[in-house]
Design a binder for this molecule. Structure first.
Ligand code: HEC
Length: 159
């Protein structure tokens, strides 16, 4: 009886473990995403973010936020509305395994972006500072914001 109880508890625990993303399955589910983000996540249009090579946990959070309405992306929302958490994990595994291409950065803004990024790295509390910096850059000047985002995206993997 005691053993049965223990094995029930253990299997309930195993069942609640998050689905580990399967990149192959994600590829098969990514056809709808390709229209905007490119087949391998390297979007060609500046209006759609490149998601190739981005951190897996970051991708999962963004897709879930967009699906659940915590991040508003009206054009994309209908395409993720029906996705399960397991679908999202698969998609994130696929896109994070793709190689990001560069070339979108405006040459004259790269140095400014690198300086801002270096300052963020110098600060030890990386993630909160990064988010605060993005918010600040957006508030202060569209130029700084653009520089920051386009020049660091290829190298920065948010986790
Ligand atoms: C109709 C176009 C469209 C489709 C289809 C689409 N997206 Fe998006 N997606 C967008 C736009 C636009 C944004 C950026 C919105 C913004 O600037 O905040 C975005 C943002 C994202 C982000 C956040 C990127 C970041 O850097 O924060 C992820 C991840 C993402 N999409 C994944 C997907 C996946 C996976 C699919 C397929 C299931 C998909 N998208 C389908 C238009 C689309």
């Amino acid at each position: 009886m005691k053993n049965l109880l223990i094995s029930l508890i253990v299997s309930a625990g195993l069942m609640s473990v998050a689905h580990a993303g399967d990149a192959e399955a994600g590829k098969a589910k990514s056809a709808t995403c390709a229209a905007c983000h490119g087949a391998d996540g390297n979007s060609l249009a500046p209006t759609f973010p490149k998601i190739a090579g981005q951190g897996e946990r970051y991708l999962i959070k963004q897709i879930k936020d967009i699906r659940d309405g915590n991040r508003q992306v009206p054009s994309m929302a209908p395409f993720v509305a029906g996705l399960s958490d397991a679908d999202i994990a698969d998609l994130a595994a696929y896109f994070s395994a793709q190689v990001p291409t560069t070339g979108g950065a405006k040459a004259e803004l790269v140095e400014l972006g690198q300086r801002i990024y270096a300052r963020v790295l110098k600060a030890k509390v990386f993630r909160p500072v990064w988010h605060a910096t993005v918010r600040m850059a957006k508030a202060l000047t569209p130029l700084a914001s653009h520089a920051l985002l386009v020049s660091t995206m290829p190298t920065l993997r948010l986790s």
